[in-house]
Design a protein around this ligand. Structure first.
Ligand SMILES: Cc1ncc(COP(=O)(O)O)c(C=O)c1O
Length: 387
């Protein structure tokens, strides 16, 4: 049978990691034993209380039915308490919180709810590739705004204001920023909300990294008057090492949440009840949870700095989050050349910054999601390859 794919997929490629991981699997099949320093999937275990609760709740025969489209009240209340305690943001658990199957699906829900052909969305370059992919799938156009090291990877709002923004409906922002590890401060967030109000743009803030190697948690919703123009996504994936569980959250004004539910309730049928109850337990963990994972990431980061030094890459030690982002030496054509060389010769996979946009072309990203010994092993292999 001949079947053509829909126009909306024409500009959408298979996700870079999906392709690369198949190549690595093939190399491993041939005996390569590739060390993967690429993907940000936490290898540390979730909190024990979360696992215990999942097991206990799964044993109850009444806990296996379809669940509410809006999530269980226990989870929504736990999210509300967590946002109050950690971000100083008050959210109505009934109306301003929507549990999600990961924040990645939230990106798609938001785009499919608000965007269509003729609309534009501002998307960071470099940035998480799913923003542009979801914008394209919605039929709208991704309009990239450049971030650069010189401006601490923050957008130039003054310059953006001078452009014709009449078709722009949404702006994607993400601080702590992935892949660069840049932080935003409150003053910048205040300016961002002002910019969004002036241009009537819905600000969509993706905030999954605020607890990783970062001291001060900041929600865009903590800015006065922001609810009018802000939606925020958050996730259990990185903060609680629950990436494979697929659970996240959307926060915002009740009107926005109901609009997005119109789309989402036609896409899925809720989440497994034991998973939701288990996840709520994570949200009441005390400070020592965050301290413990961060002391491990801190040790790993020292090793990653050594790997970056061996590659003659330069980096800022101010960055936060789950990765180290570094500039490649001038003699490489681009980040792909370096990443391919290290994969071929040292059997170490490092993410080329170019996959996050053209502004990332001269950078690479190493994930902290591997044990110190693996970084040491990678370092030994890289040292044996001529730089
Ligand atoms: C910036 C950013 N947003 C969202 C996600 C997706 O997270 P989740 O597991 O909640 O879908 C990731 C995952 O790598 C990410 O880096």
């Amino acid at each position: 049978m001949q079947v053509t794919i829909a126009d909306r997929l024409q500009q959408t490629e298979e996700y870079y990691f999906s392709k690369k991981l198949s190549q690595i699997a093939e190399m491993n099949k041939n005996g390569a034993d590739v060390l993967n320093l690429g993907i940000g999937s936490p290898d540390l275990p979730p909190p024990p209380i979360v696992i215990e609760t999942l097991i206990k709740e799964s044993q109850n025969p009444h806990n296996h039915a379809y669940q509410k489209y809006t999530g269980t009240p226990e989870l929504r209340n736990a999210i509300s308490d967590w946002y109050q305690r950690e971000y100083h943001v008050s959210l109505d658990p009934e109306k301003e919180i929507l549990p999600l199957i990961g924040s990645k699906e939230g990106i798609m829900h938001i785009c499919m709810t608000y965007l269509q052909a003729g609309d534009e969305a501002l998307v960071p370059n470099p940035g998480y590739p799913s923003y542009a992919a979801a914008v394209n799938l919605s039929g709208a156009k991704a309009r990239f705004y450049n971030l650069s090291e010189e401006s601490n990877w923050l957008p130039n709002l003054e310059e953006l204001s001078k452009q014709d923004l009449s078709r722009v409906k949404i702006m994607w922002v993400n601080y702590p920023h992935m892949p660069t590890g840049a932080k935003a401060n409150r003053d910048f967030f205040v300016a961002l909300v002002k910019f969004a109000k002036k241009h009537q743009i819905l600000l969509c803030h993706d905030n999954p990294y605020s607890f990783i190697l970062n001291e001060d948690q900041l929600s865009l919703l903590s800015i006065e008057g922001s609810k009018e123009v802000v939606l925020e996504l958050n996730s259990f994936s990185k903060t609680f090492n629950m990436a494979g569980w697929r659970i996240g959250m959307l926060l915002g004004a009740s009107e926005r949440i109901s609009e997005i539910l119109r789309f989402k309730s036609n896409m899925d049928s809720g989440m497994f009840y034991p998973l939701q109850i288990a996840a709520s337990k994570a949200l009441s963990l005390k400070q020592n949870w965050y301290n413990d994972i961060n002391s491990e990431y801190k040790k790993r980061r020292v090793k990653v700095y050594e790997v970056m030094d061996a590659l003659k890459c330069t980096y800022s030690k101010e960055q936060v989050g789950m990765f180290v982002w570094a500039k490649i030496p001038d003699h490489y054509r681009d980040s792909y050349e370096l990443a391919d060389k290290i994969l071929d010769q040292a059997h170490v996979f490092i993410t080329p910054g170019g996959i996050f946009g053209s502004q990332g072309n001269r950078y690479i990203r190493i994930s902290l999601c591997a044990k110190e010994s693996l970084f040491q092993n990678a370092l030994n292999r890289i040292n044996s390859v001529k730089q």
